[in-house]
Design a protein. Structure first.
Length: 136
């Protein structure tokens, strides 16, 4: 019966899914996590307004939901390895994990780590570079 539910859920999600985003940052959190709360206080409101946030919009998921029957696949993501610590930031593209940041190292280190993984694994433009112009 659970297999039937999983198949029906996959069909339902496929029919009503939002358009795919090229890159996405998935924040795995859990209630009571002090580092998750610290990230939220320091960066939660500004993240969507940054170049990184526009390039890789944030989606939050609960660690508990990753561990449920169906796990990450039920959330439309495929992980390289299980998530153990919160927060963990998963850089995803088309539902596949490209890279991760385990824990929250503070604002200064977070931006540097995020920029590095964006540059190494996606077509994120390096800071200070102008978009390529098309010759007329």
């Amino acid at each position: 019966m659970s297999l039937v539910r999983a198949v029906l859920a996959a069909i339902f999600l496929g029919l009503f899914a939002l358009p795919a985003v090229a890159a996405e940052l998935v924040m795995v959190e859990e209630p009571g996590c002090p580092w998750c709360a610290k990230w939220e206080r320091e960066l939660g409101a500004i993240y969507p307004k940054t170049p990184e946030g526009r390039f890789a919009p944030l989606r939050k998921v609960q660690l508990h939901d990753l561990r449920q029957t169906g796990g990450p696949a039920s959330l439309g993501i495929a992980l390289e390895r299980p998530v153990v610590f919160t927060p963990t930031f998963l850089l995803m593209e088309d539902g596949v994990e490209l890279a991760r940041i385990q824990g929250y190292p503070g604002e200064d280190f977070f931006w540097g780590l995020l920029e590095r993984i964006l540059l190494e694994t996606t077509d994120y433009p390096a800071p200070g570079t102008a978009p390529a112009q098309v010759a007329n």
